[in-house]
Ligand binder design. Structure first.
Ligand SMILES: Cc1cc2nc3c(=O)[nH]c(=O)nc-3n(C[C@H](O)[C@H](O)[C@H](O)COP(=O)(O)OP(=O)(O)OC[C@H]3O[C@@H](n4cnc5c(N)ncnc54)[C@H](O)[C@@H]3O)c2cc1C
Length: 428
């Protein structure tokens, strides 16, 4: 037990490193007056970074957060809204506490351009804001053009993604409620990497659970472009076999190339067309559009390369990029927990650099990802990643992570506590 506490204490220390000592010493004398950190995107990465730059600088640095949405709506737990066991209100939190507890200036706007040479961000409203350091966490963008017909299908509201929690989450739930018993729900998954590896399988499980309770003649089809289930595979597949036999069918190696909105049909590279009553088509993904348009997505023109020790862009000085937008290090998932963890390392590095202090040489990142397989049973996967100075990347710490032995109700309690804790850590 003592060893475990020590291990967790060292993880917290590992994430923040030399900043723990920075808080204790006189940051005021080290950080020039009117120093400003501008954060773009108030999701898991950006909101956490905004808070921690304030906290770790002893409230010396002015932090401005740009976010177009009125409130934080969590993707984690949003599949439960689609399954019907949670509501939108359960996954929505205001941004107020970032301001009242931490003095973050939250500006409801959209960053439309970045001039990294002049250190200025232009907003959709027409104004512009200067920065000393920029932290970008705009999430991931869906590449609608990768699937023929998907952009117009999405615009018409007939084929939804709900891969950013919000109004689409509620609309997809409504499509399932309106679907007649005996209908088919089909979800298609792009090749990895994409936002939240287990997310589509959790969603399919939620819909299967809903059908089992309320529309028992209906079916769920998972059409996966990957070779196999990309996360927690054996756990999902065993639960499906034991509980959703005849309801849920998993079909790998199916790469969607086009959709027909009128007939709700999916077309594939090789295989026969598939028709459904409700289609949930997830196209390939890339860095949030502001990062792509600013020229920071320098890895396959999709993801942003970063120095993993500080999360500074390999393309632009004083621009730090975190969350789903970055090119992941090996075994690093695109998850909310990972974005939150990266945000603290980036915030610590940003504050250290602005205070002219050394950055943590070997930061740690952590991730735990829970998936609900029905409304009461949960499975998890967890990992710890340490920065390797020699290879300049993160490596999973052997033996520090793990996978559930089997789905359990106890894990559901852990999952709900995890959500509450991370929302508190991100926003309060
Ligand atoms: C269905 C589903 C379930 C998931 N479940 C889990 C889970 O259980 N656990 C887990 O850890 N992760 C989960 N995830 C993944 C997680 O949601 C993401 O990995 C995480 O949100 C990434 O954080 P981020 O900060 O990169 O992006 P986001 O949290 O999406 O935040 C990006 C923010 O940037 C804003 N933005 C974008 N562009 C601009 C701009 N130009 N100007 C200003 N603001 C901008 C957006 O409005 C948004 O608020 C799930 C995802 C989905 C879709």
């Amino acid at each position: 037990m003592q060893r475990r506490s020590l291990f967790h204490a060292s993880l917290a220390w590992g994430a923040l490193g030399s900043l723990a000592s920075l808080i204790g010493c006189s940051t005021a004398s080290r950080i020039p007056e009117k120093t400003r950190v501008l954060v773009v995107g108030g999701g898991y990465g950006g909101a956490t970074a905004a808070k921690y730059v304030r906290v770790l600088s002893n409230y010396q640095i002015d932090v401005v957060l740009i976010e177009p949405d009125a409130a934080f709506v969590s993707c984690p737990m949003s599949n439960l809204v689609i399954g019907g066991s949670k509501t939108m209100a359960d996954i929505t939190s205001p941004y107020d506490s970032l301001t009242s507890h931490h003095g973050v200036h939250v500006v409801r706007d959209y960053a439309s351009g970045i001039d990294a040479a002049k250190k200025v961000v232009t907003l959709a409203s027409g104004s512009s804001i200067r920065y000393d350091k920029l932290i970008l966490s705009p999430g991931s963008e869906l590449m609608f053009s990768a699937v023929e017909g998907l952009q117009s299908a999405h615009a018409s509201g007939r084929i939804l993604q709900a891969w950013k929690a919000g109004p689409e989450t509620a609309s997809l739930r409504q499509q399932l409620v309106d679907m007649p018993d005996g209908g088919v729900f089909a979800i298609s998954i792009p090749e990895a990497p994409y936002r939240c590896p287990p997310g589509p399988y959790e969603r399919a499980s939620q819909v299967a659970h809903y059908f089992k309770q309320h529309k028992p003649k209906s079916k769920v089809l998972i059409l996966d472009a990957n070779q196999d289930v990309t996360s927690k595979g054996p756990l999902f597949k065993k639960f499906w076999a034991d509980n959703y036999q005849g309801i849920l069918e998993y079909i790998p190696q199916h790469h969607v190339t086009a959709v027909d909105t009128q007939t709700l049909t999916l077309k594939f590279e090789i295989q026969e067309d598939v028709k459904a009553h409700v289609l949930n088509v997830l196209p390939a993904m890339r860095s949030g559009s502001i990062a792509v348009e600013s020229g920071f997505a320098n890895a396959n023109a999709r993801w942003c390369g970063v120095n993993y020790q500080t999360f500074e862009s390999t393309q632009a000085k004083d621009v730090h990029i975190i969350g789903d937008s970055i090119l992941p290090a090996p075994a690093m998932p695109k998850s909310g927990h990972m974005a939150n963890s990266q945000a603290k390392v980036a915030a610590a590095a940003v504050v250290a650099q602005l205070a002219d202090m050394p950055v943590n040489p070997e930061p740690f990142l952590m991730n735990t990802c829970y998936s609900f397989v029905n409304d009461k049973y949960v499975v998890h996967v967890s990992s710890v990643h340490q920065y390797d100075k020699k290879d300049k990347t993160y490596k999973a710490v052997p033996g520090a992570g793990g996978l559930s032995a089997a789905p359990s109700a106890l894990e559901a309690t852990y999952a709900l506590n995890w959500a509450q804790n991370i929302w508190n850590d991100t926003l309060r």
